[in-house]
Design a protein around this ligand. Structure first.
Ligand code: NAP
Ligand code: FER
Length: 336
């Protein structure tokens, strides 16, 4: 039985863009498994944009991480030892134990994953939190109808790539943005987007969107916020629906960004609806979302991309790389 557990702790609160020195690799003891507990060996760690917010001192929708404590977040692994009635050795479990090789847990925030559905890494991607975000955040809020135009910002990432593919399943025109030419090519050739642009090479987003969305925008799935949103709002059709999923362009800002008040004016004159959401609000319906996504994968209608870095010690590098846009699809860290 292992007695040590390599973990990544928060060493300092990042100021602006995180640096590797904000994190520390720590070898902690792994206590023995007590009654009502089990030990899970991590196989994949998820690095997600929202974790950047938890590194700040101020409370967002979740409690801040504490300095000197392990960084928690989504992980998946296999039970190696159990004195818990609900979990047995060999079970594949996903939970929030985060950036460490092992977890000793009483099962809080843990659930079993059915490994016959798809490879277990998908518990953190297409069949996990990002997949449910795409499925419910798009279908419930953008309410897509065949023939409509949907714009997805941050389209080549874990969530965005799935939103574009679901838009195509629903018969929409899918337009996306991402930060490299390679990602744009992938969106067009593999994900089935009808049009896409590299926002790092385009200056006038409104002009580009006008060209790519000649009939205007009926649904906007917003992963990034900022200037891309200013442009998207200027092209809304009457009664457009906007799903505010993320605002990653501002996650490393040191001062709040205040832009022109165009966005609210456009909501008003286009009689449009913008709705923010947090994916756990759909938790009661995850079984539906997982079943549908798994079905679409089996039918070849949805495919998913994972970018895997090896070694728990490289988790900070993977996280920082994801914020930089190095990831193609869902960024994961493989452990052990
Ligand atoms: P992801 O898209 O796989 O990775 C983040 C991507 O953001 C990077 O690859 C990068 O790609 C892009 N990016 C970084 N800085 C940017 C900037 N300044 N402007 C535009 N794009 C930038 O991450 P994800 O897990 O799928 O998450 C996508 C969004 O959904 C995030 O905003 C996240 O917070 C949000 N989210 C929300 C919920 C919810 O419940 N509301 C749940 C999950 C995720 P490029 O190369 O394209 O720059
Ligand atoms: C959660 C609420 C929101 C959560 C993740 C998110 C893992 C993601 C939000 C975002 O990326 O903006 O409980 O659990």
């Amino acid at each position: 039985m292992p007695t040590t557990n390599r973990q990544i702790h928060l060493a300092a609160r990042p100021v602006g863009f995180p640096m590797e020195s904000d994190f520390r690799l720590v070898e902690a003891p792994l206590p023995a498994c007590g009654d009502g507990q089990f030990i899970v060996k991590t196989q994949y760690i998820s690095v997600d944009p929202y974790m950047r917010g938890r590194m700040n001192e101020m409370k967002g929708y979740a409690e801040p991480f504490q300095i000197g404590q392990v960084i928690t977040g989504g992980s998946v692994g296999t039970v190696t030892e159990s004195k818990h009635p609900g979990f047995k050795p060999g079970d594949v479990v996903q939970g929030m134990w985060g950036w460490q090789e092992y977890a000793l847990t009483a099962g809080e925030m843990c659930s079993k994953f059915d490994p016959t559905l798809a490879p277990i890494s998908t518990a953190l991607g297409v069949l996990g939190m990002p997949g449910m975000t795409a499925y419910f955040g798009f279908l419930d809020i953008c309410k897509p109808k065949a023939g409509e135009t949907v714009f997805v910002s941050g389209a080549a990432g874990a969530v965005g790539s799935l939103v574009g593919q679901i838009a195509k399943i629903k018969g929409c025109r899918a337009v996306g943005s991402a930060g490299t030419d390679e990602k744009i090519e992938y969106l067009l050739k593999e994900d089935g987007f009808d049009a896409a642009f590299n926002y790092k090479k385009v200056n006038d987003y409104a002009a580009k969107l006008r060209e790519l969305c000649p009939k205007g925008i009926d649904g906007y799935f917003d992963n990034v916020g900022g200037p891309q949103s200013d442009a998207a709002f200027s092209l809304l059709n009457p009664f457009a629906r906007i799903s505010i999923c993320g605002q990653i362009s501002m996650y490393n800002s040191t001062a709040p960004e205040v832009g022109p008040r165009l966005v609210l004016t456009m909501l008003l004159i286009r009689q449009a609806t913008a709705t923010g959401f947090l994916v756990p609000q759909f938790a009661a319906r995850y079984p539906e979302g997982i079943a549908q996504m798994a079905q679409w994968i089996k039918e070849g209608k949805i495919h998913y991309r994972e970018d895997i870095m090896d070694g728990v010690e490289n988790t900070p590098k993977a996280f920082i790389g994801m914020l930089n846009g190095n990831n193609k699809g869902k960024q994961l860290v493989r452990v052990g």
